[in-house]
Write a protein that binds this ligand. Sequence first.
Ligand code: GLN
Length: 214
Amino acid sequence: MREGPTIGVLALQGDVREHLAALTAAGARAVTVRRERELAQVDGLVLPGGESTTIDRLLRTFELREPLRERIAAGLPVYGSCAGMVLLAERVLDGDQDQRTLGGLDVTVRRNAFGRQVASWEEDLPVEGVTGGGPDVRAVFIRAPWVEEAGEGVRVLARVGSGPAAGRIVAVRSGDLLATSFHPEITGDDRVHRYFAGLVRDRVQERVRAERRG
Ligand code: GLN
């Protein structure tokens, strides 16, 4: 593919601009998604960090919840960071009373697991599939969730290495759903976005090949 895949960033609330920039740096065509017709045009989607309860409410207001659930069920690659991880989780602990998620990812996450401080924890971590033999990823956790329990088909890509949360799962992948508790979009390191853009590109190429075979 000469041009990168089209990857949307759900732009209802949260750090949308940072994700658009990281996706562009990773070689994707990055667009905002607020409407169903915009969602229909993307090959992959990022759910940004922000506040999962607010994004949940806005998804319903913008009538995006059901179309998005349908596309996730149909195999849309999605990367959720922080609040986005909460939105992808099938189960949430410490959620608000009527908080719902989009689901798709067979994990239980604990919201605000690191505590409620503004910047709760930072650490350099190896992330499977992302760091390879290279330097660790700077993981910045901001009122972040962690994965309390992961289902059988879920691959753990990273865990906290030290401190009170040592061993906690903070990056996972299941099929084409990817989630991190941390915010790579704010560190200027686009390797997680490259990893995601790569998997979206693979799916687009598979689709094009299948259509040619027709
Ligand atoms: N605590 C937020 C939530 O539950 C997530 C914080 C973030 O995305 N930085 O949605």
